[in-house]
Design a protein around this ligand. Structure first.
Ligand code: TYD
Length: 154
């Protein structure tokens, strides 16, 4: 099954929203295969946001993302990359659709609670960047057969 990376950002840590945000993905039926609390060093952050290094807002993004540790989670599920992106909502949180995490819980562009990988290729690279193989777990979830149909599970 597809795997994708989510970061729970410093505004969520500060606002006590960790449990609610993890709960949104759990309730949806996604499965945690890796989870850790970590500080983002300069090198990891620059690699992660390499597409933004030249942007005028990037120094602000960097200091925000380093202001507390973040939670990195690898979620697994059918079409999980697209599904997780849709659950998060668009970047500018105050315009994100109601029902999404950003749409329901945030107002800012920078402080938008979560990062989620934006394509299958990016997800593969980001999961590898944030997790060693030994930190990712294959296990049977009792719920899988209820969450999906047998056809979907193949
Ligand atoms: P981006 O990869 O464009 O969005 P997303 O997180 O939805 O994939 O941008 C990464 C982060 O950079 C974004 O979540 C918040 C920050 N950012 C700003 O602070 N200001 C901006 O104008 C943009 C576009 C992003």
């Amino acid at each position: 099954m597809e795997r994708t990376l989510v970061l729970i950002k410093p505004d969520a840590i500060q606002r006590g929203l960790i449990g609610r945000i993890i709960g949104r993905f759990e309730e949806k039926g996604l499965k945690i295969v890796g989870l850790k609390f970590m500080k983002l060093g300069d090198q990891l952050l620059n690699e992660h946001y390499s597409h933004l290094l030249d942007k005028p807002f990037f120094p602000g993004t960097r200091s925000f993302m380093q202001s507390t540790p973040v939670i990195a989670i690898c979620w697994e599920g059918l079409d999980s990359v697209e599904t997780v992106r849709r659950l998060c909502g668009i970047t500018k949180a105050r315009e994100a659709a109601p029902g999404t995490i950003r749409g329901d819980l945030a107002m800012s562009v920078q402080a938008n609670l979560v990062h989620a990988s934006d394509s299958i290729e990016t997800a593969a690279a980001e999961v590898k960047r944030f997790f060693d193989d030994s930190e990712l777990f294959d296990y049977d979830s009792a719920a899988t057969g209820t969450i999906y149909s047998q056809d979907e599970l193949g």
